[in-house]
Design a protein around this ligand. Structure first.
Ligand SMILES: Nc1ncnc2c1ncn2[C@@H]1O[C@H](COP(=O)(O)OP(=O)(O)O)[C@@H](O)[C@H]1O
Ligand SMILES: [Mg+2]
Length: 317
């Protein structure tokens, strides 16, 4: 029987306020962010049938996140509205050393996620579950929720995709390492970036890192290398996928875009290397605009970039 959803992601969606203009400007551009929510929107824009699981506050910001997900054709039937905790927010400020993030997510509705929130039947009807280290780092109950979602998924034959997205502002390295290694051993697909695993494994060389991920139990690994592209290791084959050249202005969410797009292409029938080539183009395009969600490309934009066309033309069959 065909699954109802191609990809179900679990984590925290937040409202973003991105400071715009000169240093003394009082203007903020409002957007959205959150690693797994960026990934699920990227996947939906690539045509995958998607659902998102989280908790949102019963406030205007929660309603904005819900509206965004629905507008992007992401199913929200598994979103819980929490009457007594706020939706998370973050601010982006730009300085000489690049941009800095300030989060207002402590005690957020998403950090109160709990295993009983999980829509078990929905998870059982998905091809992939996508979770991240951030989904686990925001609170102990969120970490338990991720663990339970993975248990339900594995029991039902739903494959598990995992991006460690290590953020040491959220949890100390030793605790993060324990949780991430335990999760890595349960996933079907591991999607780290170089900085994440460098710190976890204490290894610098990308091929050595991929070997380490396999030794730790991940059967299929894509190591994201920023402007250097990525390494794909599946079925005993290691392939370097070149970056798609762009003038990057803001790399926020590039890795999340890669994750969602890669999963969408696997579901569409691509092999690992073809999916990675497509995802590398999508992620590169996502760096050419400001913010995490606005520049996530659709199928047509990736196709046009791949074929060198800048005007709408037929998408791939
Ligand atoms: N400057 C860039 N030019 C081209 N592609 C990029 C650039 N930055 C990121 N990418 C693409 O996005 C993917 C994810 O970016 P990366 O920075 O490695 O992840 P994360 O955002 O998780 O740290 C890379 O594997 C690459 O394919
Ligand atoms: Mg990342």
């Amino acid at each position: 029987m065909r699954a109802t959803f191609d990809i179900v992601a679990l984590g925290e969606a937040m409202v973003e306020f991105n400071h715009a203009g000169p240093r003394d400007s009082r203007t903020y551009m409002q957007g959205f962010g959150g690693d797994t929510s960026n990934a699920i929107i990227a996947a939906a824009r690539q045509g995958a049938r998607c659902a998102y699981l989280t908790r949102l506050g019963d406030d205007e910001f929660g309603r904005m996140c819900l509206y965004l997900l629905r507008t992007e054709r992401v199913d929200t039937s598994g979103v819980v509205i929490d009457p007594s905790a706020p939706t998370g927010l973050y601010f982006v400020h730009h300085g000489p050393a690049g941009h800095a993030f300030a989060y207002r997510r402590t005690g957020s509705a998403a950090s109160r996620m709990q295993p009983a929130d999980l829509p078990v039947a929905l998870l059982e009807r998905a091809t992939w579950l996508h979770v991240s280290g951030i989904s686990q780092a925001i609170s102990a109950s969120a970490a338990r929720t991720v663990r339970e979602a993975i248990r339900v998924a594995r029991q039902a034959g739903t494959k598990v995709s995992y991006d460690p997205n290590l953020r040491l502002k959220l949890w100390p390295l030793e605790r993060a390492r324990g949780v991430i290694l335990a999760t890595l051993a349960l996933c079907d697909l591991f999607l780290p970036s170089l900085d994440d695993v460098r710190q976890l494994a204490g290894i610098d060389d990308p091929e050595g890192i991929v070997d380490w991920c396999h030794r730790m139990g991940a059967p299929h690994v894509v190591l994201k290398l920023g402007s250097q592209g990525c390494l794909v290791s599946a079925g005993g084959q290691l392939t370097a996928v070149a970056p798609f050249p762009v003038d990057a202005v803001d790399a926020t969410g590039a890795g999340d875009c890669f994750d969602g797009t890669y999963l969408a292409r696997l579901v569409a029938g691509d092999d690992a290397v073809s999916a990675a080539r497509w995802a590398a183009v999508a992620a590169a395009l996502a760096t050419t605009g400001q913010g995490a969600v606005a520049p996530l490309p659709g199928v047509q934009a990736v196709w046009n970039a791949l074929t060198g066309r800048d005007r709408a033309s037929g998408p791939p069959s």
